[in-house]
Design a protein around this ligand. Structure first.
Ligand SMILES: [Zn+2]
Length: 267
């Protein structure tokens, strides 16, 4: 069975992750994972600009390295960016230390490119503090890594009990942290806890499955029409597997969302 909204037990596993924004503000939040790439990002940016819509791009560090001009174009258009690891890693396949290291590598690149852009253009919106320095987290990270072992732990029940016994993770003030979305959606809780201390983990309210070859452009638009609600964070992709569909689905979805009175904002 396919769920467009995340099911409750899944949400409860990741209590401090962001699933849906303020339902009172009349906005929805498009998010595009996996870019930037030349075959997709320029079309997404052009279409968003036509509709005066802002979005959030969860970029893969290696793609930022390969296509810095596309990353800069995202910033120049006033969109937000978040971290999606350097190598699009699946968390359960690697140790917490390795996972954090890969995310940190992507974050360094994102922050350096953003700081460079900021200096060059003077356009960056400082007040939102998209890219707070990682330095604050380095000390914590060091302590954590010293304790880290190679167990990649996938037993959610044990993890959950451990979480309950150890509720020391106070993330009530995590809005200033850099944004992070785990590739492939799921993340073992040990990885989750380590990452959540350093990043604001963003999940979604609606998945369009635009990457799936059985999902058509019409289906993507239909999913958004059927499930969008105030505050929805909508998951789409900036990738080869989705772009052919987004050529028609993105303008159609934007047109419909705007007709419904939604504004399209960055996270
Ligand atoms: Zn991804």
């Amino acid at each position: 069975m396919i769920f467009q909204h995340p099911i409750k037990p899944f949400r409860l596993l990741y209590p401090s992750a962001l699933w849906r924004m303020d339902r009172a503000d009349g906005s929805v939040y498009l998010t595009f994972d996996d870019g930037p790439i030349p075959q997709s990002t320029p079309f997404l940016l052009e279409t968003l600009r036509q509709f005066d819509a802002k979005a959030t791009f969860f970029v893969v560090g290696d793609n930022v390295r390969k296509y810095p001009e596309l990353f800069e174009a995202i910033l120049r258009e006033g969109h937000a960016v978040g971290n999606h690891t350097f190598h699009h890693l699946r968390a359960k396949n690697c140790s917490v230390a390795h996972y954090l290291d890969d995310i940190g590598k992507a974050q360094d690149l994102i922050e350096n490119a953003s700081e460079f852009f900021e200096k060059e253009s003077g356009e960056m919106k400082k007040e939102k503090n998209f890219f707070p320095s990682r330095k604050n987290f380095l000390e914590k990270e060091k302590i954590f890594l010293e304790k880290e072992d190679e167990n990649t732990g996938e037993n959610y029940e044990d993890e959950k009990k451990e979480n309950e016994k150890n509720p020391s993770l106070d993330l009530s003030d995590n809005e200033a942290l850099p944004l992070f979305r785990p590739p492939h959606g799921t993340i073992p809780l040990r990885h989750y806890r380590a990452v959540a201390e350093r990043y604001r983990i963003v999940q979604w309210d609606i998945v369009t499955r635009d990457y799936n070859r059985h999902v058509s452009a019409e289906h993507i638009v239909h999913t958004i029409q059927a499930y969008a609600r105030p505050g929805s964070i909508i998951n789409m992709h900036d990738s080869l597997r989705s772009i052919d569909k987004l050529h028609t689905a993105l303008p159609a979805a934007l047109e419909w969302l705007i007709q419904q009175g939604y504004t399209l904002q960055t996270l």
